[in-house]
Design a protein around this ligand. Sequence first.
Ligand code: SF4
Length: 63
Amino acid sequence: MGKIPVIDISECNGCDGCLDISPDTFVYNEDLDFIEVVERDQYDTAEVDEAIKNCPKNALSWE
Ligand code: SF4
């Protein structure tokens, strides 16, 4: 199992930037009204790195 992207929900402002950059990794949960990480065996490292870099709240990281 490789590294997993995580979202600090307390920091996230719901800008949807990460959804635009990596829609295979991040998804909006309508019921709970926050962004979630899609469960996968592997993540697109380049896309997730880009999302981490561009998150305006620094709410994304690898675990
Ligand atoms: S880019 Fe950052 S602040 Fe914007 S929705 Fe994603 S985690 Fe939240």
